[in-house]
Ligand binder design. Structure first.
Ligand SMILES: [Zn+2]
Length: 449
């Protein structure tokens, strides 16, 4: 059976991930993501009403025109998890394919939200939920099967899809860290990865998330970030002014820890911002996270402002608002607080806790710098980087190669500079550039069989 891989997006950047695998005449697409920084760099750009081709020209979504060079039919579109760089282009591209979107239940809920916001295109694709540990047959040959393996990442319900073919398994390894003690959900299923590496024809190809491939050691567990956060919040328990926290609104485990520790130090947590309300509300409705009954979640600008007014009237010392804006996004809540545009007034000595790292990208770095300066000018004390990454570092990459023993590896989710650490590591493990280690860019076809 012929096996071909199309590296469509996310091979020159962290963002707009998209890869297609053709097994005979059956094609499966993994991820359809958005490069948010290409959108945010334009002030007030609303993508909901924009055409795909304009977004492709901006570099915001994958250029999927190479799909016409693949001879076969798309049988499934499989986003690995709900981050926008993996699902953010589904609303713009999926309607071109007569295939269902197959994903874990939480990811499907987030895809639904994306499709509901879309104004330009009507996507008729079926949305199919599949849990980690389950399989589905692909096409009519009876020879190709899709499996989801549970992984741990900075969003719940993340999986790595595996396409089983007569030539061996294709393991699509975006995005994960190796967490054996996650705060929500099951540990990464390394046992299954080791089995896949040894059963049948073994692993033909492994496509790997190289976000942190230039970093030594191993990525810490979410448990470590949780203890760090506990340490910081307990240390300001006696402070009688304002404490505000921010994190990734999609990072349900972190939001849950923030809510818990706010209660521990005698403050009422409240989630503010549209995306905070959406992600946490969805996770709670689906039973992934339990929040206290009296936890307020407010998304609309008006209800947020009313909440801020209530906090100012009743006393800042009784509340801990968890807000959006950890990357200093100009329109996010925390940045607006820094500019003095909300009813919440920061005083000298008030604490702002960033439970997030800065996404290493010049736009983010600049915006975050500006937000911290603005907050500092209001007198806020900044606690930054209370965070662990959701991506493997070098020792995790080594363990994955050891578990899967793939014949071919393709580094992804980075640019050329970002791939270098992975090329070193894989070369030391006996892979050879151009032979079985394929460093590539967007828009390439790699024929493996
Ligand atoms: Zn991710």
């Amino acid at each position: 059976m012929e096996i071909e891989i199309a590296t469509i997006g996310g091979y020159e950047e962290v963002g707009r991930q998209m890869t297609a695998v053709r097994a005979g005449t059956d094609i499966v697409i993994f991820d359809m993501g958005l490069n948010l920084s290409k959108v945010l760099i334009h002030d007030n750009l609303r993508t909901e009403g924009m055409h795909s081709l304009d977004l492709i020209d901006m570099g915001a979504i994958p250029d999927d025109r190479i799909m016409s060079d693949l001879e076969g039919d798309v049988k499934a579109i499989v986003p690995t998890h709900g981050h926008l760089d993996h699902i953010g282009a589904i609303s713009k591209l999926a309607h071109r394919y007569d295939a269902p979107v197959v994903a874990s239940p939480f990811t499907i809920e987030l895809v639904k939200g994306e499709l509901a916001d879309e104004q330009k295109f009507d996507s008729g694709n079926d949305l199919v939920k599949m849990d980690a540990g389950e399989t589905m047959s692909i096409g009519d040959s009876g020879k190709v099967e899709l499996e989801f393996v549970n992984v741990t990442h900075s969003i719940i319900d993340a999986i790595n899809p595996v396409l089983h073919t007569p030539e061996g398994a294709i393991v699509y390894g975006l995005d994960k860290r190796m967490d054996h003690t996650p705060v929500i959900g099951d540990p990464i299923d390394m046992k299954r990865f080791r089995e896949i590496g040894r059963e049948g024809e073994g692993v033909l190809c492994y496509i790997e998330d190289c976000t942190n491939a230039n970093k030594k050691g191993r990525t810490q567990s979410e448990r470590v970030a949780r203890e760090h956060l506990r340490d910081v919040l307990y240390s300001v328990e006696d402070y009688d002014g304002g404490i505000v926290a921010t994190t990734f609104s999609s990072h349900i485990a972190r939001v849950k820890s923030l809510v818990e520790f706010a209660k521990d130090i005698g403050r009422q947590p409240v989630l503010l911002g549209r995306s905070m309300e959406q992600y946490s509300g969805t996770a709670e409705r689906m039973g992934f996270a339990e929040f206290p009954d009296d936890l307020g979640m407010f998304g609309h600008r008006n209800s947020v402002d009313r909440t801020f007014e209530r906090i100012m009237n009743e006393g800042k010392e009784d509340y801990l608002p968890v807000v959006t804006g950890h990357q200093g996004e100009p329109r996010a809540m925390l940045t607006r607080m820094g500019r003095g545009e909300t009813p919440y007034e920061l005083d000298d000595g008030d604490k702002v806790v960033f439970s997030a790292g800065i996404i290493p990208e010049p736009t983010n770095e600049g915006q975050r710098y500006q937000a911290e300066k603005l907050l500092g000018m209001q007198g806020a004390r900044i606690y930054s980087d209370i965070h662990v990454s959701g991506h493997l570092r070098q020792e995790g990459h080594y363990e994955m190669l050891d578990a899967l023993q793939p014949q071919h590896v393709i580094p992804a989710h980075q640019n050329m500079k970002g791939f270098s650490g992975y090329v070193d590591l894989a070369s030391n493990q006996g892979y050879k550039l151009g032979r079985d280690l394929h460093v590539t860019c967007n828009g390439n076809l790699i024929q493996l069989v």
